[in-house]
Design a protein around this ligand. Structure first.
Ligand code: NOJ
Length: 545
């Protein structure tokens, strides 16, 4: 390990307390007027991100791609998709972001390539048994004439995880058929991704979010999984699962970590690992593996103090045990936005609700209040926080997108059993009017509802009660008072209240109950109005000095 991995300076370990803003580039800002967000649009909005006060941005895949799964189907890992711009523009973006004091994290997609990747084209064109096929999982079928897939594995997007080639063999795709899974036992696959990492480190990227970090390695004996279809869901935490969270993943991560450690300046890797058992997740965070992992447990939690407290305590204990700094995530491009999720009664399966649930059970006002409270809670915790574009505007899920505009492969692949993730990917509104609310000059790739105008950046800027102002203030106060040592002391203010004090002496209090609670101390910031006599109302968070 070189000095950057062991260096304890906060400069090199910036990610331990960073607020990282996720840019879903397709929907952030359209600079060239084709209806799709791009690098030019992102560059023009960097001052907005600087003023918001984020430490870093994570950009979803921007590589050359047929966009069968929003860019998570990469045809060339060393080039930018023409829809998004050019490699020169990407390099300029990284430089400009750095000038604004913003780090830039890319998105590495190692579990699968696009079916348009040169390796897959070569494999498919080659005869059965050709070595070029070994970079993927291409196998004979079972049953008479091999007409049945090699195993019973199901794709995360629905249907079998195997598709048959014209010559009769089958290839594995844990996601869409356009995303063939790579064989990580193959030395060329291993060395290729180390080279890809170097390519981007040399272009000054500050790190990578790693897609499907828990899926790379498959059981080489290819046993049946014997499990039901679990749409859009990862590992249930079952031991020795044939394709999730296998021990063979860790040596691969160590290779990547060694590559990153060749570069100065605190380059980092954050794992997208849907691994529910905290002690298994902690293995990814050992000192020579990932720097961080997303922690999706709060995102799945019911809105109640006990659940939140249990998850936070467990995360701090287990991740602290391996010396990792935790992360907190409430929204991303794969889940129902948190103002909507938290507006549903506890226990609602929000994925199912999105498809055909009763819309009248949604309390949008309470959802937004809870979302603001939840975000302030996560920003007060030790560790880093990931924000998803648009949450600083309080954007809700667009749950009524007509089915004929849906782009997520999940909709078709699941036989319309899951509506997919388009409702959280609708382009951002920048201005109160105009055909796409300032997103760009052309019809946006997904329709934007009229309700987005009053939620736009222009509408919220300068409004002291707006969600944009809350986020901006929260990041400012956090920098001043909450980027501190990693201590947290729980305070007991009753069962329905979550309260703790940080090393700086700042207290965070969240009222999950139905009655206001009395406060003492100076109010630094509150997620909503206090009561007339200074009490903390339901669904509200306050930071006290
Ligand atoms: C996780 C990504 O976040 C998601 O958007 C994508 O569909 C899958 N991985 C497959 O790459």
């Amino acid at each position: 390990m070189t000095s950057s991995a062991t260096d304890s300076s906060t400069v090199d370990r910036w990610w331990r307390t960073a607020v990282v803003y996720q840019v879903y580039i397709r929907s952030f800002a359209d600079g060239n007027g084709d209806g799709t967000g791009d690098i030019a649009g992102l560059r023009s909005r960097l001052p907005f991100l600087r003023d918001l006060g984020v430490d870093a941005i994570w950009i979803n895949p921007w590589y050359r791609s047929p966009l069968a799964d929003g860019g998570y189907d990469v045809a060339d890992y060393r080039d930018i998709d023409p829809q998004y711009g050019t490699l020169d523009q990407a390099e300029a973006l990284i430089t400009e972001a750095h000038e604004h004091g913003i780090k830039v994290i890319g998105d590495l997609v190692p579990n699968h390539t696009s079916d348009q990747h040169v390796w897959f084209a070569e494999a498919v064109a080659a005869p059965i048994g050709d070595p070029s096929r070994e970079r993927y999982h291409i196998r004979p079928g079972t049953g008479p004439d091999g007409a049945e897939p090699p195993t019973d594995w199901r794709s995360v997007f629905g249907g079998p995880a195997w598709t048959r080639l014209d010559d009769g063999e089958w290839y594995l795709h844990l996601f869409a058929p356009e995303q063939p899974d790579l064989n990580w036992d193959h030395p060329e696959v291993r060395s290729e991704f180390c080279d890809v990492l170097r390519f981007w480190m040399e272009r000054d990227l500050d790190g990578f979010r790693v897609d499907v970090a828990h899926g790379l390695v498959k059981d080489p004996t290819f046993p049946d999984a014997n499990e039901a279809q679990r749409l859009l869901a990862g590992s249930e935490g079952r031991e020795n699962h044939p394709f999730w969270d296998r021990d063979g993943i860790h040596p691969i991560v160590r290779e990547w970590r060694a590559v990153l450690d060749e570069y100065p300046g605190g380059r980092m890797l954050v794992a997208e690992a849907w691994v529910p058992r905290p002690e298994r997740l902690a293995l990814y965070l050992r000192p020579d593996e990932y720097h961080q992992s997303f922690n999706f447990n709060l995102l799945e939690a019911a809105w109640e103090a006990g659940d939140y407290r249990r998850i936070i305590a467990e995360t701090l204990e287990v991740q602290g045990g391996v010396g990792a700094a935790p992360t907190w995530v409430m929204s991303n491009h794969d889940v129902v936005r948190h103002p909507t999720r938290l507006g549903l009664p506890n226990g609602t399966d929000w994925r199912a609700w999105l498809l055909d649930g009763d819309r009248s059970i949604l309390d949008a006002e309470a959802g937004l209040a809870r979302a603001r409270a939840a975000t302030m809670l996560t920003l007060a915790l030790p560790g880093g926080t990931y924000l998803y574009q648009g949450e600083e505007l309080g954007l809700p899920e667009v749950h009524d997108l007509p089915t004929d505009v849906l782009d997520d492969p999940v909709w078709e692949r699941s036989d319309h059993q899951a509506k997919g993730r388009d409702g959280c990917r609708v382009p951002l509104p920048w201005t109160t009017d105009g055909p796409s609310f300032g997103f760009g000059d052309a019809e946006p790739w997904l329709p934007m509802p009229d309700s987005f105008g009053p939620l736009s950046v222009d509408a919220q800027r300068g409004d002291s009660d707006s969600t944009l102002t809350l986020y901006t203030e929260a990041l400012r106060v956090r920098r001043e008072h909450l980027v501190t040592d990693e201590a947290l002391t729980w305070l007991d203010l009753g069962d329905d209240v979550l309260a703790f004090e940080r090393g700086s002496g700042v207290r965070c209090v969240v009222n999950f109950g139905t009655e206001p609670i009395a406060l003492d101390g100076e109010v630094l910031l509150a997620s909503g109005p206090l009561t007339a006599d200074g009490g903390l109302p339901t669904d509200t968070t306050v930071w006290l000095g």
